[in-house]
Write a protein that binds this ligand. Structure first.
Ligand SMILES: Cc1cc2nc3c(=O)[nH]c(=O)nc-3n(C[C@H](O)[C@H](O)[C@H](O)COP(=O)(O)O)c2cc1C
Length: 365
């Protein structure tokens, strides 16, 4: 795009998504922090999120709509009464700071072990294909990922119902909307990706069929809480959790974007983990998504102030998400604006329980 087509848009200026007014175009990216003991959100989580309330939009850590989706230790859920009550602390505290907040609905699917699941929970996925490697459990240390049970059509209907109920619960808990986590190899992407979905029924075997589950979830959730309250995160070409590229991937995301656009989702949020060592996401697929999906696009991955401002001006997206910089800099937005120095996060505390390395980073401002 040439200089003439630059748009006058300010990273720190107000923006709108659906009916929501954002105080700026900066999004706090969803980040799992594993502080939810017994999978119930608590007051230190409310502290952590409210400290970061100078963002325009906060997207919470991945939160399970189902007991089956709690594949990791201490990730929160949004399917029980206690979880809804727990999340109210966060939504209230964040709104008092002026930010809006979406909850990321993350069903871990095959990325899990029964050791981490509550009683009655089960590791399920589109196909019985195990993720390579091991995952942390608080009771038995490292454990191999389980071989998931292939979901039958009743399981699929049940899971769609769980997303719908979780979205309604999110609204009750005070969230401004939900982000469907269809990225990074969790359940929704497990259906999208030909390496994890080898079904031969109407949910696998072709682009349209692999898209079907995600589209059905998006439509059902939009019908339940309103399309203006539903965004989605996608990661074409991502490799996390044994995903990776496959034949026809760009065409599939093109079709998916068109469908999501016709449902009217409020935003699409594109993952790019090349700054974390993942393969570069080709510009070609991003352009296809941009062309078919007419609503808000959220950019993310390794952004700094200059590139964020420049990509907004080039019309590549409307909002920019920042992840890691928010961890050690609760007042990240103000530091970014004033060109102040950033604190470095202690990576050894990314997923440990308690306030340390979480809600105890000081603000400069
Ligand atoms: C500690 C940590 C936890 C993360 N958890 C999630 C998550 O729950 N859901 C998600 O979509 N992405 C997750 N991500 C990815 C981030 O949202 C973001 O895409 C990534 O950090 C790249 O952006 P950055 O370069 O601004 O950090 C996580 C990243 C980190 C560092």
């Amino acid at each position: 795009m040439n200089v003439e087509s630059k748009q006058a848009v300010d990273l720190f200026g107000p923006a709108q998504i659906g009916n929501l007014n954002l105080q700026n175009r900066i999004v706090m990216a969803p980040m799992t922090r594993s502080r939810a003991l017994n999978h119930i959100p608590n007051s230190i989580m409310a502290d952590y999120y409210s400290q970061r309330g100078s963002a325009g939009l906060i997207i919470t850590e991945g939160t399970s709509p189902s007991p089956n989706g709690l594949g990791y230790s201490r990730i929160p859920g949004i399917f029980s009464k206690e979880q809804v009550e727990g999340w109210k602390l966060t939504t209230k505290a964040v709104h008092e700071k002026g930010a809006k907040i979406f909850i990321q609905l993350m069903h871990t699917g095959r990325v899990g072990t029964p050791v981490n699941l509550p009683k009655g929970g089960e590791v399920v996925g589109p196909s019985s294909i195990q993720v390579k490697g091991e995952t942390w459990t608080d009771t038995k240390g490292q454990q191999p990922y389980a071989v998931p049970r292939e979901m039958n059509s009743d399981d699929i209907k049940h899971a769609i119902g769980e997303y719908v109920q979780a979205a309604k619960n999110a609204v009750e808990a005070g969230f401004d909307g939900v982000e469907l986590h269809a990225a990074n190899g969790y359940l929704l992407e497990q259906f999208l990706n030909a390496n994890s979905n080898q079904r031969t029924d109407s949910y696998g075997g072709s682009n349209e069929n692999r898209n079907r589950f995600v589209i059905e979830v998006a439509r059902a959730v939009s019908n339940a809480i309103g399309k203006d309250k539903v965004g989605i995160r996608i990661s074409p070409y991502g490799v996390f959790n044994d995903t990776g590229a496959f034949d026809g991937i760009e065409e599939q995301y093109e079709i998916l974007s068109k469908e999501l656009n016709s449902i009217g989702l409020v935003y699409a949020h594109i993952v790019n983990h090349s700054s974390m060592g993942a393969p570069v996401v080709p510009e070609s697929v991003i352009q296809k998504i941009r062309k078919e999906f007419k609503n808000i696009l959220i950019l993310s991955g390794g952004y700094d102030k200059k590139r964020a401002q420049s990509d907004l001006e080039d019309g590549k997206g409307e909002l920019v998400a920042f992840g890691r910089p928010f961890i050690a800099n609760p007042d990240f937005v103000i530091r970014l604006k004033k060109d102040q120095t950033f604190a470095e996060a202690d990576q050894s505390k990314f997923y440990t329980p308690g306030a340390e390395g979480y809600s105890d980073y000081p603000s400069l401002n």
